[in-house]
Design a protein around this ligand. Structure first.
Ligand SMILES: [Zn+2]
Length: 337
């Protein structure tokens, strides 16, 4: 199957001791598609020791949902605690990446817009990628002028959908400000699910996108709009619900967005978030991965709580529902009205 994203060039810094396999002189990865580029990038990062642990080897704990159609899960990921928070300089601006010369990157074009693809060296899932806009744009969609906001939303969703279609075995996510984003620079992430793990709780709860809304009838702990089908319709529907969410929730509006290739086209899940709701019992933040049903924890204290049996499906459900915005019902009413 043809992957439609265009890989423009593949660069490495001469200070990195290993150029990427498969790259021709000058760095161009000729004729490659985005899957090949992602694999090449990962192998190169592993070869120079940038990837220090394998996300496929991490401990997972599953909690059966009983009458619910899905399980919730916890991952113990001690390596993730080492990731840097709030660095002084934007760590993913291309100028910084080039100056530091510490990681490989691939330049790709998505819907004609330039992005830079990096390996996530503190992964939660196998093959985790960070895809950042080539220009330093804000991850906080509230920061764009009102007249530009819908255009930015449309571009983000279109690019996520294109990426999901180009990487059909990956899950593509976007975390809004105060909803799990740890970079201020506009970015998406993409990853594979470990063998035997998927589908995500979010996919199971929505019948893989057949149910339009979940989380309004004790069927999921968070309020989610699920769009499924051909790309154009999915993007248009999602832009609309996201715009309504901004109107209903105002400046505190945030979201987790998840795009996954589906037999019918693509599924796009919009999880409504209020940036002021950030309580978390396990782990520091709730991002898209948590919203999809997987809590990440890194501390030995959390691991002891898992092993003692203190962590249950009910606790994980409650933990997620803490960040379910009170305005969710008004949001759905307005979207359907
Ligand atoms: Zn930046």
């Amino acid at each position: 199957m043809a992957r439609t994203l265009h890989v423009q060039a593949l660069d490495w810094d001469p200070r990195l001791n290993e150029p990427m396999d498969g790259a021709s002189e000058g760095g161009a990865l000729e004729g490659a598609d985005v899957e090949v580029a992602a694999d090449t990038l990962y192998r190169a990062e592993k070869a120079i020791g940038n990837v220090t642990y394998d996300a496929a080897e991490l401990e997972f704990y599953r909690y059966a949902g009983g009458q619910h159609r899905f399980d919730l899960a916890v991952q113990f990921n001690p390596g993730r605690a080492r990731r840097p928070f709030s660095p002084k300089q934007c760590p993913v601006c291309l100028a910084t990446i080039r100056k530091m010369g510490a990681q490989h990157y691939v330049c790709i074009g998505i819907n004609g817009r330039p992005y830079v693809m990096l390996a996530n060296i503190f992964p939660v899932m196998p093959g985790a990628l960070v895809i950042v806009s080539a220009e330093h744009l804000s991850q906080d969609l509230n920061e764009y002028p009102e007249r530009a906001r819908e255009i930015v939303l449309r571009k983000c969703f279109s690019d996520m959908v294109a990426l999901a279609k180009a990487l059909p075995d990956h899950v593509v996510i976007f975390n809004g400000r105060l909803a799990g984003a740890s970079l201020a620079h506009l970015h998406f992430q993409a990853f594979r699910l470990p063998e035997g793990y998927g589908p995500l709780a979010l996919q199971r709860a929505s019948g893989n996108g057949e149910v339009r809304w979940i989380g309004f009838d004790q069927d999921y702990p968070l309020a989610v709009h699920c769009a499924n089908g051909a790309a154009d319709g999915v993007i248009a529907d999602s832009v609309e619900v996201a715009s309504v969410w901004r109107t209903v929730q105002g400046a505190a509006a945030s979201a987790n967005v998840i795009a996954i290739a589906a037999a019918s086209g693509v599924s796009l899940y919009f999880v409504a978030r209020n940036g002021l709701f950030r309580v978390g019992l396990l782990g520091a933040a709730h991002g898209a991965i948590e919203a999809a049903g997987l809590a990440i924890c890194s501390s030995v204290e959390d691991r002891a709580r898992i092993r003692s049996g203190e962590v249950t499906f009910e606790l994980l459900w409650r933990n997620l529902s803490f960040v379910r915005p009170a305005a969710a019902a008004a949001w759905r009413e307005r979207c359907e009205g």
